[in-house]
Design a protein around this ligand. Structure first.
Ligand SMILES: Cc1ncc(COP(=O)(O)O)c(C=O)c1O
Length: 329
């Protein structure tokens, strides 16, 4: 068993609490859910990305980069965390943000602008070109004498994954201390790094917990392939002595709903109800959909009442602001 992590910075507010989630009408009777509050890893730096960026930023500083290049949707939480963190280290950020229609200067996008990030907007149809565009920007910056550093979508590379390998040890220790046995952890999946980290963590720390992901875009199969590839790469690069099969990766399909970053009424109603009854604010793009999916799966009895489930709140609250009108008639 290894406990030697790659070098990282200490940027997130950790450990985040684990709480019992109760008293909201949509929770089917007899089920118990716990929630890991990674929406509390910071304020403007909140959410899951900061844990991944702790490892990536160590490398950024080691390589003496002066400009960060990354990408995501118009309301990307990852791009926001990168740009704000970058500003704190005196680094310029260049963001390639994609989406449909025209972007709204609100939520994460507003924060990106506030910290002075340079933004290139890309129509959704040109998503496939993202990597090439980031490479082009990088070449251009190098010609200008800059030292750019590309961070991939969602910070989900073999360094970022360590954020959730480390988080899984944090969770395991918290549960041991609280004498609480958790059988299943459920998380939203957007680029796969969070899932990959938790899964690898469960293997490395020999923890018999099952990790379930709910994809908020694409298909489950796409993520199974991507997560397997990312875990294999991480295993090779860090010489991890763990074994896993592709078949063990559990991604639950069927909750993309109306599409990536699009909300249907039932999802918004759930977010409102959870907020009103528990004070916990889910986001519309990731955690709202994942919680909606989890509750549907409880109704379908994929999980039993004996299962103790931990839902990972991965943050994303700023994504609520651009769609605030949709919550009220
Ligand atoms: C708030 C939030 N939750 C969950 C996710 C999904 O995490 P991952 O990209 O590691 O799959 C993301 C980013 O994609 C996110 O911003």
């Amino acid at each position: 068993m290894i406990t030697k992590f790659p070098k990282s910075l200490n940027l997130a507010m950790k450990p985040t609490p684990i709480e019992r989630l109760k008293n909201f009408p949509q929770l089917p009777k007899g089920f118990e859910i716990f929630i890991k509050r990674d929406d509390l890893t910071g304020f403007f730096l909140s959410g899951n990305k900061i844990r991944k960026l702790e490892f990536i930023f160590y490398d950024v500083l080691k390589k003496n980069a002066d400009t960060l290049i990354t990408c995501g949707g118009f309301q990307s939480n990852h791009a926001r965390a990168t740009a704000i963190l970058g500003a704190g280290f005196g680094l310029k950020s260049f963001l390639v943000l994609f989406g449909k229609g025209s972007p709204k200067l609100d939520g994460n996008l507003f924060l990106n602008k506030l910290v002075g990030a340079e933004i290139k907007y890309l129509p959704q149809e040109r998503y496939e070109e993202l990597e090439a565009i980031m490479n082009e920007v990088s070449s251009q910056l190098k010609k200008e004498g800059k030292r750019p550093y590309i961070i991939p979508e969602g910070a989900s590379n073999e360094l970022g994954v360590w954020g959730y390998i480390k988080a899984s040890l944090e969770i395991k220790k918290q549960l041991e201390k609280a004498k609480l046995k958790i059988d299943k952890i459920v998380t939203a999946v957007g680029s796969g790094g969070t899932y990959a980290g938790l899964f690898l963590g469960s293997k490395i720390f020999e923890w018999k917990v099952q990790i379930y992901g709910i994809n908020v875009k694409d298909t489950a199969q796409i993520f199974v392939d991507r997560i397997y590839e990312l875990m294999t790469l991480t295993k090779e690069k860090s010489k991890l002595k763990v074994n896993f099969e592709k078949e063990e990766i559990k991604i639950i399909d069927g909750y993309v709903g109306e599409g990536y970053a699009k909300s249907k009424k039932e999802e918004l109603d759930l977010i409102k109800s959870v907020a009103e009854n528990t004070g916990i604010i889910l986001d519309p793009v990731y955690t709202g959909k994942a919680m909606y999916g989890l509750l549907e799966e409880l109704k379908k009895e994929r999980f039993s009442k004996e299962d103790k489930i931990l839902f990972l709140h991965t943050g994303g609250g700023f994504g609520l602001f651009p769609i605030k009108e949709n919550f009220f008639d």
